[in-house]
Design a protein around this ligand. Structure first.
Ligand code: MN
Length: 705
């Protein structure tokens, strides 16, 4: 029987005859369209689409996906258009095929640019229909299985792209089986020698451990039986690429290899969730569990829908035994991920893996919209979109999923954009903490908001989620415009105040218009914003507004500008000298950035301190509020416990530690560099006094540059 007939018959196990008819038509259409085209191996081209369809059928994907698989290279390779496919096979199939097709007819300046544009196109298509990515992954899988005949350069390029992008997408969608195959095949294609050597090393170790593994497995089997639980216990092997990656993490490869291979891993498939927890009890009473190593992903599934209980036991001869316990269905979902949705033919769109996948795609799309161009998009996707996840809790116990290294700001935005936009402090596990602090699994996070707060530009450097980044940028942009106008108005009025004039009260509207038009601004706001941004001197404007008293207007304004809020985007506290309320300060206008506040003794402004055109008198408003970072340098005796003591004194005083650097000077003395956040100079002085009082502290001072 021909390959296609064989395949069509196999589909009767889960598709009806009409559905199979569509797949069949798609096959013959593609066969004709590809005509005499051949793969590099010499086989007729149609063998490839058929193989892709077979992969999808093994996941029980629907008839639309299978038809799309048959046709997936038709647009790209045979010049048939999307409209034609739509006419023949309907809009769903045509859209799937178009989604996996690369952009043709466009010239790109580099391969990277081309890859980025194609990836972007696919991401948009899959946000409309998640099956696009599943068809694409199956296509890539068959290509990875048939890399052999390709030239080595092309083989390496495809392997690299698979490891960097497709393996990670598969992992993110919970498709573990696919993920492993991508990684192992990618590894073997990219580093054939290393892969072969590692394979040999692993199998040699395993043959030596064989008896011990058998022994442990038997003990586990007996124990589970003793507890009257029906469960299947299987030995589990880490896949080659994950061993390789772990070894690459540190320099001591031999030691790493031993650490990795000296772990025995088993999977237990139980019949029900109840049984999973009973198995946990059973194995814990056989070998003692290692504290802190039990993870319950049944109660709290991973972002990609993965569910299982993990524990590590202290085995015979102190060998660690990793055990994963799950039901059969959880095991299927762990292997098939998002595709399990079709496997179970559930119409329930609320299934864990499916709704999570959709959220992931939605985030992907948000990221695409916020990125400047496709190259930036694909870079961001590679860098931080595939990171591991953590789980933290709201005060009411709701679980929030975040990428690793996410901060409290990410958390605030994940809960609600408005909470992110107005947050100003947080408590982590009931202790006050900095908003920039990275969160850890299981922490309880409480965000404190105030209506008049706004997002800080500084947050952009520490947030990890695209949601937070987009919302912060958006809010800053809105505020920036208004801030520039406000600052401009304040600066202009301050200059005009020398002659007792206020722009909004004492200047005739017609005259005002003639001035902003003379200076080529469309309206007064544009003029004020230019002053606020430092593009236009307020004295020039003031002299034009009141020409008859121009002589009385000086560039050097004695009355200081009051800093009453540091939230504005146009007034920034310099990071070189970290001014805090109470410090004598100066303001420096810089084009486009507004006013930068420095401590008056800061080295960075030494050259321009006397330049009255650039430097503005400023002082702190008595009402200024907030937390201000300040750098401390502490010389201490070497004492490992000392740091903890200093840290606890600082936090007792109500200040947050934002950054710590520890430098050994000689065996007996160390230098600690800390960045802490304080309210003002009085607050700082209290803290310095407390630390200076400690016996082991030789010297403490503030670093004002
Ligand atoms: Mn293909």
């Amino acid at each position: 029987m021909s390959a296609i007939n064989h395949f069509l018959i196999s589909l009767t196990s889960y598709l009806d005859s009409q559905q199979i008819e569509l797949v069949k038509r798609a096959y013959y259409y593609a066969e004709t369209a590809h005509g005499e085209q051949r793969r590099t191996s010499g086989e007729p081209y149609i063998t490839h689409p058929l193989a892709v369809a077979k992969i999808l059928a093994s996941m029980h994907m629907d008839h639309h996906s299978l038809a799309a698989a048959m046709l997936h290279d038709v647009i790209e390779d045979t010049g048939v258009g999307k409209a034609e496919l739509e006419e023949q096979f309907g809009v769903t199939v045509a859209q799937l095929v178009d989604g996996v097709s690369k952009l043709t007819n466009i010239e790109f300046s580099s391969r990277e640019e081309k890859q980025a544009h194609n990836f972007e196109k696919m991401a948009i298509a899959m946000s409309k229909d998640i099956r696009v990515i599943i068809v694409k992954l199956a296509d890539r899988l068959h290509n990875m299985r048939t890399l052999g005949p390709l030239k080595s350069e092309k083989r390496r390029r495809i392997a690299k792209e698979t490891l960097e992008i497709y393996a990670r997408i598969a992992a993110r969608l919970g498709m573990q089986r696919l993920h492993i195959e991508f990684e192992d095949r990618g590894f073997e294609a990219l580093y054939p020698l290393r892969a072969r050597r590692l394979k040999a090393a692993v199998s040699s170790v395993r043959s030596k451990q064989k008896e011990l593994v058998e022994h442990i497995k038997e003990s586990l089997d007996n124990q589970v039986q003793r507890w009257n639980i029906n469960a299947l216990i299987i030995g589990r092997e880490k896949h080659l690429f994950s061993i390789y990656r772990k070894m690459e993490l540190t320099g001591e490869k031999k030691k790493r290899f031993r650490d990795i291979t000296d772990v025995f891993a088993f999977r237990v498939i139980a019949e029900s969730i109840d049984d999973c927890y009973r198995v946990l009890g059973a194995v814990h009473s056989l070998y003692s569990p290692m504290p802190g190593r039990i993870k319950d992903y049944i109660a709290i599934p991973k972002i990609n829908g993965y569910q299982s209980i993990h524990t590590v036991l202290n085995g015979p001869q102190n060998i660690p035994i990793e055990v994963q316990i799950r039901t059969k269905e959880m095991d299927e979902i762990a292997n098939a991920g998002i595709a399990a949705h079709w496997l179970y033919k559930s119409d329930d769109d609320g299934s864990v893996s499916h709704s999570r996948a959709r959220r992931w795609v939605k985030n992907l799309l948000e990221l695409q919209q916020s990125a400047g161009d496709p190259l930036e998009f694909i870079e961001q996707v590679k860098n931080d979109f595939f990171s591991d996840e953590i789980y933290v809790f709201t005060p009411k116990g709701k679980i929030i999923e975040l990428p690793r290294d996410a901060t409290a700001v990410d958390f605030a935005y994940a809960v609600h954009t408005e909470i992110g936009n107005t947050c100003f402090a947080c408590r982590i596990n009931n202790r006050s903490a900095s908003l920039n602090q990275t969160l850890e699994n299981g922490q309880k996070v409480q965000i404190i908001t105030a209506e008049d707060r706004r997002p800080q530009a500084l947050w952009l450097s520490s947030v990890k989620t695209s949601k937070a980044r987009i919302a912060i940028r958006h809010a800053l942009k809105n505020y920036q415009q208004q801030d520039a106008i406000d600052l401009g108005r304040r600066m202009l009025n301050r200059t005009l105040a020398q002659i007792g004039v206020c722009v909004d009260e004492n200047v005739a509207p017609d005259h005002l218009r003639s001035v902003f038009e003379e200076l080529s601004y469309k309206n007064i706001d544009e003029l004020l914003s230019a002053i606020g941004l430092g593009k236009q001197m307020s004295t020039t404007v003031a002299k034009l507004l009141v020409p008859e008293r121009a002589d009385e207007i000086s560039t050097h304004v004695e009355s200081p500008l009051t800093i009453d809020s540091t939230d504005g985007t146009m007034i920034t506290l310099s990071r070189c000298c970290h001014p805090i309320p109470g410090d004598p300060i100066l303001g420096v206008m810089s084009s486009d950035k507004g006013l930068a506040i420095h401590v008056d003794t800061c080295k960075n402004i030494a050259d321009i301190r006397d330049n009255i055109e650039k430097v503005n008198h400023v002082n702190w408003s008595p009402n200024v509020q907030g937390e201000f970072p300040v750098d401390l340098i502490i010389n201490v005796e070497s004492d490992r416990s000392l740091f903890a003591k200093i840290a606890s004194r600082i936090t007792e005083m109500g200040a947050n530690i934002e950054k710590i650097q520890y430098k050994e000077q000689d065996p007996n003395r160390n230098i600690l560099r800390l960045t802490i956040a304080v309210r003002n100079r009085v607050h700082l002085a209290d803290i310095l006094r407390r630390i200076r009082g400690m016996r082991q502290v030789e010297k403490i001072g503030r670093d004002k540059n």
